[in-house]
Design a protein around this ligand. Sequence first.
Ligand code: NAD
Length: 358
Amino acid sequence: MKIAILSGDGIGPEVMAEALKVLDKASSVYKFSVETTEALVGGAAYDRYGTPLPKETLDICSANEAILFGSVGGPKWENLPPNLQPERGALLPLRKHFSLFANIRPVKVYPNLIGLCPLKDELIPNGIDIVMFRELTGGIYFGQPKTISEDGMSAVDTMSYTKKEVERIARKAFEAARLRKSAVLSVDKANVLMTSVLWRKTITELRDSEYQDIELSHMYVDNASMQLVKNPSQFDVVVTENMFGDILSDEAAMLAGSLGMLPSASINESGFGLYEPIGGSAPDIAGRGIANPIAQILSAALMLRYSFGRDDAAKAIEQAVEKTLADGYRTGDIYQKKEGEKLVNTKEIGEHIVGYIE
Ligand code: NAD
């Protein structure tokens, strides 16, 4: 496995170090070899090369099969022009360059972290375990025309989708469902939007022709946003278009209680992917060795699953995280001062996770 390591700024390098230890252990237990190449990105790259995404870094990414990304940004670079800012100048061009059309966001509330979820405990007796598939390169964010009239009195955005765009994200969701409960929920607004009519028809046809083993259901986006806070345990694999996914995935993320727990993946048709925590560089705690590395570690697990087809090793990492939490080890962001909990730092929790990989 050839992996580009882009740790970035703030807590990025601290949490990446733990993810690399976990990968190393998984590779020896599951017998695969990992070759990593580090490259600068974000503020760190700007300081050295005057740009947040230098050509050297892009070349290294292209020469590898996946990118494990930390986080970028911080107060030092906040006032740069937009195209030189770490997030806008590095992450968006990377997504575009590699045509990363499928954004995958798992949200898990572990039974012993239920107290962190802002919902009442009785609403989620069994925790939450959702994987959201968001179409990332089409829809209303990119459709043309997109303009404001010269007199400033009207504006237009265009929502458009092709059958091919719908099919390729649906395929990713169906494939993932095969590794889970063999069920996919598609979220749309087919009672109002023509793009949603096409979306629903395309996904239904694909299920009927190629994924008859998967149970497919549909829900309108307004209902989905209500159900996420009313009965989130009903969701498993969810697939939706760009704007709905943008909003619903952030709503779902909040259920987990801490940004330090949430990984994500953005992949393209050939399986090349960028894997990163959904949180940022956390400048408020950077350099203190107390950040939660679990989001970064789970991002590495997603990489094994989606870019390298190693669901076995991915599951072993996820189970190691679960066991570590069940033993009571907590970084500050997930510490609830409950009996049996032990407050630990970034390295310590990383070591416990490594120890549990079998
Ligand atoms: P943030 O996600 O960095 O931090 C928000 C809060 O969550 C902070 O209190 C932080 O300490 C906490 N947090 C985040 N990750 C954590 C972890 N792993 N362990 C413990 N606590 C954690 O968001 P922000 O403060 O709005 O942004 C800080 C910088 O990060 C900005 O420059 C922003 O542009 C950038 N950013 C980058 C990305 C990215 O690289 N993908 C995403 C979001 C924000």
